[in-house]
Design a protein around this ligand. Sequence first.
Ligand SMILES: *[C@@H]1O[C@H](CO)[C@@H](O)[C@H](O)[C@H]1NC(C)=O
Ligand SMILES: *[C@@H]1O[C@H](CO)[C@@H](O)[C@H](O)[C@H]1NC(C)=O
Ligand SMILES: *[C@@H]1O[C@H](CO)[C@@H](O)[C@H](O)[C@H]1NC(C)=O
Ligand SMILES: *[C@@H]1O[C@H](CO)[C@@H](O)[C@H](O)[C@H]1NC(C)=O
Ligand SMILES: *[C@@H]1O[C@H](CO)[C@@H](O)[C@H](O)[C@H]1NC(C)=O
Ligand SMILES: *[C@@H]1O[C@H](CO)[C@@H](O)[C@H](O)[C@H]1NC(C)=O
Ligand SMILES: *[C@@H]1O[C@H](CO)[C@@H](O)[C@H](O)[C@H]1NC(C)=O
Length: 437
Amino acid sequence: MAPTIIATSLLIFFFLVTPSFCQQSFRPKALVVPVSKDPSTLQYVTRLRQRTPLVPISLVLDVGGQFLWVDCESNYVSSTYRPARCRSAQCSLAKASGCGDCFSSPPRPGCNNDTCGVFPDNTVTRTATGGELADDVVSVQSTDGKNPGRNVTVSRFLFSCAPSFLLQGLANGVSGMAGLGRTRISLPSLFSSAFSFHRKFAICLSSFGNGVVFFGDGPYVFLPGKDISSFTYTPLFINPVSTATASTQGEPSSKYFIGVKSIRMDENVTVPVNTTLLLIDKQSGFGGTKISTVNPYTVLESSIFGALTEAFTREAAASRNISRVGAVAPFEACFSRENILSTRLGPAVPTIELVLQNESTVWRIFGANSMVQVSDDVLCLAFVNGGENSRTSIVIGGYQLEDNLLQFDLATSRLGFSSTLLGRQTTCANFNFTSNA
Ligand SMILES: *[C@@H]1O[C@H](CO)[C@@H](O)[C@H](O)[C@H]1NC(C)=O
Ligand SMILES: *[C@@H]1O[C@H](CO)[C@@H](O)[C@H](O)[C@H]1NC(C)=O
Ligand SMILES: *[C@@H]1O[C@H](CO)[C@@H](O)[C@H](O)[C@H]1NC(C)=O
Ligand SMILES: *[C@@H]1O[C@H](CO)[C@@H](O)[C@H](O)[C@H]1NC(C)=O
Ligand SMILES: *[C@@H]1O[C@H](CO)[C@@H](O)[C@H](O)[C@H]1NC(C)=O
Ligand SMILES: *[C@@H]1O[C@H](CO)[C@@H](O)[C@H](O)[C@H]1NC(C)=O
Ligand SMILES: *[C@@H]1O[C@H](CO)[C@@H](O)[C@H](O)[C@H]1NC(C)=O
């Protein structure tokens, strides 16, 4: 889809210095929010409370998104809304691109004079527009890692206003997107500076029920009392070229990239891929592997897709007598259910292995994360073809992330992954959301 940038009445912008947050007497060690999958769009939707008086808002979760953006055009009522004044500390923190006035309506949230603006980005439809930078109260639940605890508020939480049309293509009932990306004003950065905790967050997506996002450090405990604290670590890389719909030149990407060096199957089968595609080209920003919660399934550049499906089909037939059947859109590689056994880790199919910094650091994708049942008789490989010249060669999507706990450590620039929680007799839907406050 071609990116679209829509200019609104916000004009040119400018800036200066540091953030300010209200001091709380109770200082949480970590925060927790639920995240559920919208069945019709397959988007992951999280919830928090904002404004005065507080109202619950639903937001599409974008792990690589730049910041929180919210529709301010309809139903935004708050006595604590404050636009970010030109040359304020907030504008500087947000690297806001200029300063401007608003002529399209009387003053209201999203339309004020002498404010700086940013570019809220609907990363699902790849549409971006200008939006006023602002702050307001945000409230979420603290956690001890086992249950939600007391609610805590950040009195001046930065976000961007957006016009209502930017919601097009998002799940019903949401009012914006929650960006957890690598910027100074993403949710993890703002929460960690508000409460002085580690710049870490963890996501655990579920296909049903409530998955969870933790801001701050562990423990991360899932029923029945499993503390998921052992991770395999791999470095996170910065793509020096922004992949946002609207961006200024020289701005790095806010997305999280990891270094896949090769792809294997069942340990012994090498999937032949052009290794140049696995590296980020420093000039163009093309290539490499990123993690995305706005892509429902992993997207592979076409030559990688072809090599993977061919190797998978051959290995499935040779090792398990599984036969390929006709494609079922959006999937190309589909298989007869006959001869596919069920296991604790999902359908028994070849294990797909993303080999990271060395041969012993491997992200294993088992049947539960590789196969989608599309009918009584057919299961499909849950990967889609991204075409030639795709910007990012491997985009690891939501289905492949489900029931894996991923911890992003921004200070040390590394990703910890648990591998499938099904192997540890729990799931991402097993966080105990009963408050013990
Ligand atoms: C911004 O200022 C101009 C004049 O300087 C005025 O016409 C306009 O109504 C103001 N807009 C808002 C939203 O206050
Ligand atoms: C805390 O927040 C949750 C939702 O985030 C809400 O259901 C609950 O009522 C709040 N508790 C208090 C005491 O405000
Ligand atoms: C890998 O190959 C070796 C030797 O050919 C064989 O013993 C082993 O079982 C194979 N491993 C898998 C997972 O197929
Ligand atoms: C590998 O990919 C790069 C980047 O797209 C391309 O320039 C090169 O020709 C490819 N090499 C082979 C052997 O296909
Ligand atoms: C493979 O499966 C087919 C049916 O799907 C069956 O007829 C055939 O006997 C099987 N072959 C082996 C070697 O098990
Ligand atoms: C592989 O990488 C991990 C993490 O970087 C490291 O701890 C481990 O020693 C490495 N293993 C080998 C065999 O190099
Ligand atoms: C969930 O947490 C609540 C509050 O601590 C506790 O009473 C309840 O027993 C827990 N549920 C389970 C299934 O352990």
